[in-house]
Design a protein around this ligand. Structure first.
Ligand code: MLT
Length: 248
C-alpha cells in the first residue's frame, strides 16, 4: 500500500508552508498538509488556549476525512509538539515519527510569560508585529541574504494569520507537557531533523530527543536554521525519502 505522510506546520504558519514537500514528495507518497485549527483557511471556533492534544485530535479527524488509517507523522516545531501529542494519543495511527526543529521539554515560567506576551501582542498589534519579531530567528543569515523570495513568502504567511489563532496557539503551547518519557517508550521508527543554524532549538535539543528515542537517528540540514524544510528543501526531502524507505 502507498505510504502516507502527514505534515504539521509550525507556529504561526499554515498547511501551504509545506509546499516544497508537497511538490517534491507527492510522487513517492500520499501527502496531507492540513491547516492547524485557526490557521490558513481554517475558520473553526477558537478557545482561549488550544492545547496540542486538541490540535492532535483535529489532525486525526483530518486523517479520517482523507481516508488515512495510518501515516508517517512529521511535525516542525509546534507541529512537532502536535505530532508527539498525536502519537501519544493514537499510536496505532502512526507508522513513524519525524520531529523537526522541535523539542521535548515543557516551557518554564519565563517561557510561559513570553507565550502570553506573544498572544497579547498578536491581539493588540496584529500579526505583522509578530512576523517582524520572529523572522530573524527563523531563517539562517544565508537564507536572509540570498533568498529574498523565501523571506517574503515566510513574512507574508505570518502576516496573514488571524491574531486569535496566534494567541490561542501561543497559549496552548505554554500548556504542553514534557515528552521525554513518551519518547523513551516510542519503539517505532523515528527521525529527528534540525537545521545546522537553528538558534531557537539548538542542536543539543535535537540530540536529547534522538538519544531518548530507542529507534531513531538525527539529520542536521546544512544551510538552514529553524525552518529547515523551507530553507533547504532538497536536503530535507532527501532525508525524509531515505527514512521512509526503511519501513513499510
Ligand atoms: C514554531 O516554530 O512552531 C515555534 O517556534 C515553536 C515554539 O515557539 O515553541
Amino acid at each position: 500500500m502507498e505510504q502516507a505522510l502527514v505534515l504539521l506546520h509550525g507556529f504561526p504558519f499554515e498547511g501551504s508552508y509545506w509546499q516544497p514537500q508537497a511538490e517534491g514528495l507527492s510522487t513517492a507518497c500520499r501527502v496531507l498538509a492540513p491547516d492547524l485549527r485557526g490557521f490558513g483557511a481554517d475558520r473553526r471556533v477558537l478557545p482561549a488556549a488550544l492545547t496540542m492534544e486538541q490540535l492532535a485530535d483535529d489532525v486525526l479527524a483530518d486523517m479520517d476525512a482523507a481516508g488515512l488509517k495510518r501515516a508517517t507523522i512529521c511535525g516542525l516545531s509546534m507541529g512537532g509538539y502536535v505530532a508527539m501529542a498525536l502519537a501519544a494519543r493514537a499510536p496505532e495511527r502512526v507508522d513513524a515519527l519525524v520531529l523537526c526543529n522541535t523539542r521535548a521539554t515543557a516551557d518554564d515560567a519565563e517561557g510561559r510569560a513570553a507565550r502570553e506576551k506573544t498572544a497579547v501582542d498578536a491581539l493588540e498589534h496584529g500579526p505583522q508585529v509578530i512576523a517582524r519579531a520572529m523572522l530573524p530567528k527563523l531563517l539562517s543569515e544565508k537564507t536572509q541574504a540570498h533568498k529574498p523570495d523565501l523571506v517574503q513568502r515566510i513574512e507574508s504567511m505570518i502576516a496573514r494569520q488571524r491574531p486569535e489563532a496566534i494567541a490561542t496557539a501561543s497559549r496552548g503551547m505554554a500548556l504542553r507537557p514534557e515528552r521525554f518519557s513518551f519518547l523513551r517508550g516510542w519503539k517505532k521508527p523515528a527521525l529527528v531533523i534540525t537545521g545546522a543554524h537553528d538558534m531557537l532549538m539548538p542542536l543539543p535539543t535535537s540530540v536529547a530527543m534522538r538519544d531518548a528515542l530507542p529507534n531513531s537517528h538525527l539529520v542536521v540540514i546544512p544551510d538552514a536554521a529553524h525552518l529547515s524544510s523551507a530553507e533547504n528543501p532538497a536536503a530535507f526531502n532527501l532525508a525524509l525519502l531515505d527514512f521512509m524507505k526503511t519501513y513499510d
